[in-house]
Design a protein around this ligand. Structure first.
Ligand code: HEC
Length: 157
């Protein structure tokens, strides 16, 4: 039943898109005050991520910023990608955020979809803004070179 309702809703969206033939917009562009408000909300999430990034999240005293200064070597532009560290599965940026929280920083981790997890993604992505989206890329980008891990100079994988 739930799926059927979803299909009906999707069909409705498709019908609207088709009825707008000749236009590439699925919805009106967001402009003016609404756009400004949305940008402010985004920057608040980035600021929250910045704070979380720079305090230890777990029991070993390490914050993300110790190993990923300025969001470096997080490669948001390379996700989703198959990740050797997570058994070769195709994973999202948040999966590696969670891995570093739990396996490296000895923290509980954040619920997916929580304000905290979104903030971590917002900060990492913001700090790498301008990078070309290149799914699967295994080359380090970011402001500060980091010296171990995949794609890092001197490593073999
Ligand atoms: C002790 C150093 C260290 C700390 C602290 C650390 N990381 Fe990492 N991080 C790494 C290493 C090393 C890798 C590469 C792991 C691999 O692929 O085998 C990595 C990989 C990542 C990646 C994936 C990069 C890619 O292209 O695969 C993300 C995203 C990331 N870390 C986010 C974080 C976040 C968020 C935190 C804070 C909760 C954090 N890291 C804390 C060392 C660290």
């Amino acid at each position: 039943m739930k799926n059927t309702m979803k299909n009906v809703a999707l069909a409705g969206v498709a019908a609207i898109a088709i009825s707008m033939a000749g236009s590439a917009f699925a919805a009106k562009p967001i402009v003016g005050q609404e756009a400004a408000d949305q940008f402010d909300a985004l920057m608040a999430a980035v600021a929250k991520g910045d704070n979380l990034w720079h305090v230890p999240q777990g029991s070993n005293g390490l914050g993300c910023g110790n190993c990923h200064p300025d969001g470096s070597a997080t490669q948001p532009e390379s996700f989703p990608k198959a990740h050797r560290t997570l058994g070769g599965r195709v994973v999202a940026l948040r999966d590696m955020v969670q891995w570093c929280l739990q396996a490296v920083s000895a923290a509980d981790g954040f619920d997916y979809g929580s304000d905290e997890m979104i903030a971590m993604e917002a900060y990492a992505t913001y700090m790498n803004r301008g990078a070309v989206i290149e799914l699967g890329k295994d080359v380090q980008t970011g402001a500060v070179p980091v010296i171990s891990g995949p794609g890092y100079p001197g490593t073999t994988h």
